[in-house]
Design a protein around this ligand. Structure first.
Ligand SMILES: C[S@@+](CC[C@H](N)C(=O)[O-])C[C@H]1O[C@@H](n2cnc3c(N)ncnc32)[C@H](O)[C@@H]1O
Length: 203
């Protein structure tokens, strides 16, 4: 039950998955994570969506599939070959803007923007520029990260980085987080709605 989706995949998914294998890209999001991303995307009608780490567009296709027609989606990656695969399969979707830029630079240049949903799937937004990325969240919005469960191919020192990231998220008084032991290990955080009581107790 927990490892089957049994609902239609996004139309573009199969072709992107094929091109992903042909490209040799090995950091693709797993399909269970993608399914959760779609479900959560559908909770944000007229939403503003951000993905850091497009890859070939696998997760992008699922997020788009959950979004309504009034939503907008920016997805950032610094690899033009991967982005070309995403663009050829998803570029016709007017809701989507694919950005070829370093994630950290993009975050620094866009501190004025606010989002209802952020999927941080690269170093920037997760291990780097965490506070700056969390500052882009609207109240009631979602921040989602995956790859939190230990993998045999993690380089030396990566487990320590993950543990520091989890700890930093746990300490945030403006976030409510849930850590899931499922798929590759997913954390979902919601930005608390700032009530007068919250503001008085946290100032
Ligand atoms: C885990 S993969 C993303 C997977 C993708 N979300 C998917 O569904 O398959 C991480 C991505 O981050 C990108 N990346 C690595 N360093 C980056 C940087 N400094 N700025 C922007 N993107 C970066 C890589 O090109 C890669 O596509």
């Amino acid at each position: 039950m927990t490892t089957s989706i049994a609902q239609p995949y996004p139309t573009a998914y199969e072709q992107i998955a094929k091109s992903t294998i042909e490209s040799g890209f090995t950091m693709a999001s797993d399909v269970l994570t993608c399914s959760l991303l779609r479900t959560l995307a559908s909770t944000k009608p007229s939403g503003r969506f951000l993905e850091l780490g497009t890859g070939t567009g696998l997760s992008t296709s699922w997020i788009l599939d959950g979004m309504d027609s009034d939503s907008k989606f920016i997805s950032v990656d610094n690899d033009s070959k991967l982005l070309a695969i995403a663009a050829s399969n998803l570029g016709h979707d007017k809701r989507l803007s694919l950005v070829n830029e370093d994630g950290g630079d993009w975050i620094k240049e866009n501190t004025h923007l606010k989002f209802d949903y952020i999927f941080a799937d690269t170093w920037s937004g997760k291990y780097f520029f965490l506070n700056e990325t969390l500052a882009l969240l609207k109240c009631g919005s979602l921040y989602i990260i995956d790859d939190m469960l230990s993998q045999p191919n993690w380089p030396e020192g990566h487990a320590d980085k993950v543990s520091k990231l989890v700890s930093a998220l746990e300490k945030r008084t403006d976030l409510t987080i849930t850590k899931q032991n499922w798929a590759t290990g997913i954390i979902i955080a919601t930005k608390k709605v700032m009530t007068t009581n919250f503001l008085m107790n946290n100032n």
